[in-house]
Design a protein around this ligand. Structure first.
Ligand code: 5AD
Length: 432
């Protein structure tokens, strides 16, 4: 066993995926080798998520498993990510076999923990961002952070605590990273941030719409995506950039969380039901083919059946193609802990089921509407379930599994005739 091997496990959002790419790239630069088997590693990193209680519990049960490995092997164990930030040295007390904890603000400061610092949970002024060494897992797609942290204070959310205040990267740095990714053979760019459309260049003040346009115009960008937008930050410049650049994905994830203005106020979402619907109408007017997606929380403290019915009616009114729904989970230190009466768990579970039922029909209609059409699909590899099939995404972000000539290079845009819709995906045959 080489003494410099590492294993890294990632939970949670795209920001965590990206932090893993940075950590891994950093270690490789220093001569470490990444391994897929934890028992062969001399360093194990868990890049953790604390957005909901379950994500956090998984981390502690995983640490329990690793305790045994630690007693057999000479291995260092580090906890990174949002649970590290949230719990800090409490992790070392609860799981003393852990060697260090490092929060998301310290991804660029890995050296200090490797040299023996045990708790790194500050947000250093100097956020080193070494994109050229990123260990990107995909041959066709590069994810690029444009803004870290979040300045919204949604009363249910742990992110402002775990990822700190917003820091946007300079516009020219982002464009340079995109060019470098294209030069390395990638054709798809995904811009990332917890509130991606709050982006503002710290040097020139240029906004998210300006950045979207600049990136879409970099030669070689076949497709441009971004995650996650906040409804209150959608503006005309963002909508115009999407409308005017055909290589920007016709997919917009715009978390609404609830359809009730009363609940939205208590969540501090900074918009009402009416305001949200107005934003959606403006976008749809500019880009009629858009595929909308959203996040919903059910069982927020004080949510009544009436509030919940408003969420169901909003889902129907917008007609989301995709939807993610969660039961409210109390997060340490968040203001929602002091707001209203908790909703009974059985009631929250029932509401969650009803959300999915209401959405199923809408999603089916949308998926069925593609039948017989030929859509441009960005080919990104063999299908996971059936390697004899190829897979890719449409420009409105549906996964398509299709038959065709596997000798076509990865990253090609292929015309695919859609035969039928499966549960969440489409199936078809290459025609070009
Ligand atoms: N409880 C339940 N769901 C939550 N989310 C964020 N915080 C919580 C919480 N405390 C959901 C929101 C968000 C998504 C990433 O996770 O819907 O948009």
């Amino acid at each position: 066993m080489s003494d410099q091997t590492f294993f890294i496990e990632t939970w949670g959002c795209q920001m965590n995926d990206l932090d893993t790419q940075r950590l891994s790239g950093n270690l490789k630069l220093r001569g470490w080798t990444r391994v897929d088997d934890e028992s062969e590693a001399s360093l194990i990193l868990l890049n953790t998520c604390s957005i909901r209680d379950k994500a956090e519990q998984k981390v502690f049960s995983r640490l329990g498993e690793l305790r045994e490995l630690k007693s057999r092997n000479d291995v260092r164990i580090g906890v990174a990510g949002c649970v590290a930030q949230q719990e800090g040295d409490r992790i070392l007390k609860r799981a003393p076999w852990v060697d260090f904890v490092m929060g998301p603000g310290n991804v660029g400061h890995l050296d200090e923990v490797l040299e023996g610092k045990r708790v790194a949970t500050d947000f250093p002024e100097d956020r080193r961002y070494d994109y050229l060494t990123m260990d990107r897992p995909s041959a066709t797609k590069a994810q690029v952070t444009i803004i870290e942290g979040c300045n919204k204070n949604c009363t249910f959310c742990i992110v402002p605590t775990t990822r700190g205040r917003e820091v946007s990267r300079p516009f020219d740095d982002v464009v340079a990273e995109v060019r470098a990714a294209i030069d390395s053979g990638r054709v798809e760019i995904e811009l990332l941030g917890q509130t991606v459309n709050a982006y503002r260049c710290p040097i020139t003040g240029r906004d998210f719409g300006a950045l979207l346009s600049a990136v879409a115009e970099v030669p070689g960008v076949l497709r441009l995506r971004f995650m996650t937008s906040h409804p209150a930050e959608v503006n005309d410049s963002m909508i115009a950039a999407m409308r005017d650049h055909r290589n920007i994905s016709r997919y917009l994830h715009l978390p609404v969380q609830s359809g009730s203005s009363r609940v939205l106020r208590r969540m501090k979402r900074l918009y009402s039901r009416e305001k949200y619907l107005e934003v959606m109408a403006r976008i749809r007017e500019a880009i009629p083919e858009i595929h909308f997606s959203t996040d919903i929380i059910v069982g927020f403290p004080g949510e009544t059946e009436e509030d919940f019915q408003e969420t169901i009616s909003l889902i129907e009114e917008v007609g989301y193609g995709s939807l993610f729904a969660f039961k409210y989970s109390p997060r340490p230190g968040t203001p929602s802990l002091k707001i209203g009466e908790p909703v009974d768990d059985a009631i929250a579970s029932d509401r969650l089921t009803r959300i999915f039922e209401a959405h199923e029909r809408i999603k089916r209609e949308r998926l069925d509407s593609y039948r017989g059409k030929v859509l441009p699909v960005l080919y990104d590899g063999p299908s996971r379930n059936d390697p004899s099939m190829m897979t890719g995404r449409t420009d409105d972000n549906w996964v398509v599994n299709f038959s065709g000539d596997p000798a076509i290079p990865l990253g090609s845009l292929i015309g695919v005739r859609i035969d039928h819709a499966q549960h969440h995906t489409l199936r078809g045959e290459a025609v070009t």
